[in-house]
Ligand binder design. Sequence first.
Ligand code: ZN
Length: 106
Amino acid sequence: MATPDSTTPFAATKKCPHCGRWTEWQQRPTDRCQHCGQELEPHRAAADEHRQQQADAPLSDRLMLIEIKPDDNPVIKFFKYIIRGGQLAFGALMAFFVWLVTVAAG
Ligand SMILES: [Zn+2]
């Protein structure tokens, strides 16, 4: 199975989701239909873009901490703080266990 980034010598064909005709493609998310010029995998292209955005995201986002927006409902905010507290506590607990194992291993 080829990775999306590798260039494959084999010309694959894919049925275009837009015009329904078969077109050659290099199995890359940015490949476009030979007939209508639309992206063959708009979902995957969007997913790649999303992944790129996540890579640029601040640390709190990469830690998957729940986002608390300033305009959130106070009740929602309250619950989000609880969830976030749980996430942080879990992270601290994990760090503690890592420390414990390190110390125990001498
Ligand atoms: Zn097409």
